[in-house]
Design a protein around this ligand. Sequence first.
Ligand code: AMP
Ligand code: MG
Length: 542
Amino acid sequence: MSSHDVPSKTLDQIEFDNRFTNQLPADPSEVVRPRQVEHAAYSRVAPTATAGPVTVAVAAEVAELLELAPGEVETQRFADVFSGNELLEGMDPFAMAYAGHQFGNFAGQLGDGRAIGLGEVRTSDGDHWMLQLKGAGPTPYSRRADGLAVLRSSIREFLCSEAMYHLGVPTTRALSLIRTGDQVMRDMLYDGNPALEPGAVVCRVAPTFIRFGNFELFSWREEIDELRQLAAFTIETEFPEIASAHEDSGSPEAVAAFFAEVARRTATMAVHWMRVGFVHGVMNTDNMSILGLTIDYGPYGWLEDFDPGWTPNTTDASHKRYQFGNQPQIAQWNLVQLANALYPLVEEVEPLQAGIAVFAEAFEIEWNQMMADKLGFDSLEEEHGKLVNELFEVLQLTETDMTIFYRQLADVPVADGSVDIDAAIDETLAAAYYVPSELTDDVRQRIGTWLESYAAQIAKLGRSDADRKVAMNAVNPKFVLRNYLAQVAIDKAEAGDDSLVVELLEVLRRPYDEQPGNEYFAQPRPEWARTKVGCSMLSCSS
Ligand code: AMP
Ligand code: MG
């Protein structure tokens, strides 16, 4: 299909080509109760039927990827299929087996405890898209939990996946958000106050949902044949350049090349997170996509004030392992776990170390370019590096909204090498400062000194203010999924009004546009949201 055609498939015309379940070893048992599953990449399991599915929102671009006709998503049958009440011809539902390191410790078998893969859509161009329902009932990997998801966490996953996509951050996608009509019991703050909440299911979409943890599982169990099979499968289906460069996709050389490519993509993903101020919150190796996509939107958050030590995840509050500023290091630590898991296939340390070096190198190059872009330079020269370090200090002198600061910096005239410091602080950048009384003479002076060096360096480039603004606004978003905005949408939805979910989805489709009339969505966090649950603090309960 060429890009200008309107997609026209009905649900029944979607074609499935289920490579994962057809080519990898299946669990012979279909018993759903929690158990260890050996020598298998997945277990077949049917989604649990829901009481009364109602579609809340659909991402039109994702429906288009699947070539679904626009009218199809409005049907009741769509809600039935994407809540798990009906299977389409060709679907082969399953839960993946994987392991993982959680908060630094190996946790053994985890697996899709509340995600059920439906199958891989094959488009007319031959692309494959795995469909996966999150919250569609228990699987053999559900351990002590129910396999369900509540509306609040589903709204967060649905909106954030699409917001990230439109920001240009590698991510899994979300097709639909559907209320199930069932009630789900959750102790939201883990404080002994369980309550019923509305249930929901999100249909996630990605080329594959294979994680670092899938490899860790086989490696840990010393199921080396299965490990090699999974590596060869992943390379052949997702890394065709590597497959065609090697005669045997399971060979040590192919696996090492694959690892290096995963490292490179992971570096790119981490740089994007740092660019937009995204904090994943649970960077466990079971939440690391082998494709370098952001995956598993749980207790994530968006930086408001620029604080590298911030994490939204209350489960991680004491160690803050996954705080904003640690994410690149943690990404590398996770890659080391993947390297360990792949070692039995490579049997040499050096090629895997080379892959880790690829991460470090790619991260540094892409980070430098990203910071250059955010500030309106062509590239990050040595003198700019110092400017960046000083900026990170200045941003922490007083509570400063990261998103607003960069966006507004583009509006501060500096092209002639000088800057009106008072006008910059009191007008252009003012909205970024949460506590104006903290803007003491000393703080103002340090911001001013930084602005002056910035102006001097921009002037050396000879770049006009207008050109610089266009360039900066293409990488510094005006609209991100602010923590409190998601929570306001959730509060409304829990009261029965889903309109803000739909409205946010629309605004977040164009995060770099000015969008006159939508300023409300670009405002700094209101004071009431500072300590409200869901806005600045989130548990893993979902
Ligand atoms: P997470 O860190 O949230 O990605 O989840 C870690 C593990 O717990 C994964 O294996 C999930 O499938 C599982 N899990 C999380 N929530 C539930 C739930 N409500 N029911 C069953 N399994 C769950
Ligand atoms: Mg997970």
